[in-house]
Design a protein around this ligand. Structure first.
Ligand SMILES: N[C@@H](CCC(=O)N[C@@H](CS)C(=O)NCC(=O)O)C(=O)O
Length: 205
């Protein structure tokens, strides 16, 4: 049985929950109380010395970091589609996983941390500027493509999705990025899509 430690407001946790849901995998979900610092307790630090969620355990093996977990799940359970293994395709997907942990974290993820969680150590001007930089880039990229790479969703899309879709939480308006908005709707249309607070699933009429 797969076990996932996370938090409902964590976009990093959501990357993993969304992917587990798209793969129709069952798992036990353990929500940590981050406000009480459960993720900094010795028991949890044993499974993740970084003191962060998400952490996924499959059998005896522990995986930390949302991007690394997506890679594991894609290769272990997702077949060739979500994370293809030829050298060029792999590099293309990893490029967006790096962007997720780089520009998207420095931009919309940090802006949300500032406004929603009061993380005043964050330089909000810089996070806002970084957000618009990466959203502009994504908008241009998606103007000619349906998905970030290839003609189907991959873990590149799943990794990038939560904090882009949550950008408004960080006071970043998405209206000026129509191709990004279209891409968000497309992710939401995937069978098995799962929302989180701030990312509503589409309602069927
Ligand atoms: N590189 C990690 C970052 C995870 C992360 O920042 N998790 C946040 C919640 S979204 C957390 O646990 N923060 C608590 C802390 O860093 O002390 C990943 O991609 O999973």
């Amino acid at each position: 049985m797969i076990k996932l430690y996370g938090h409902e407001m964590s976009g990093n946790t959501h990357k993993v929950r969304l992917f587990l849901s798209l793969l129709h995998l069952e798992y036990e979900y353990i929500q940590l109380d981050l406000m009480k610092g459960e993720h900094k307790q010795p028991e949890f630090l044993k499974i993740n010395p970084f003191g962060q969620v998400p952490v996924l355990i499959d059998g005896e093996t522990v995986f930390q970091d949302a991007q690394a977990i997506l890679v594991y799940l894609a290769r272990q359970y997702g077949g060739e589609d979500w994370f293809p293994t030829d050298a060029e395709s792999m590099s293309r997907v990893v490029r967006w996983l790096s962007t997720t942990a780089g520009e998207i974290r420095q931009g919309p993820e940090n802006a949300r941390l500032y406004y929603v969680f009061g993380a005043t150590s964050i330089n909000i001007e810089r996070a806002t500027q970084k957000s618009h930089f990466i959203l502009n880039l994504l908008n241009d990229h998606l103007s000619e493509r349906t998905w970030l790479e290839f003609e189907r969703p991959t873990i590149a899309d799943i990794g990038a999705f939560p904090y882009v879709a949550l950008a408004r939480d960080g006071h970043i308006e998405l209206d000026q990025y129509p191709h990004v908005l279209r891409w968000i709707e497309q992710v939401k249309k995937q069978p098995g899509f799962l929302g989180m607070p701030g990312i509503e699933a589409l309602t069927s009429v």
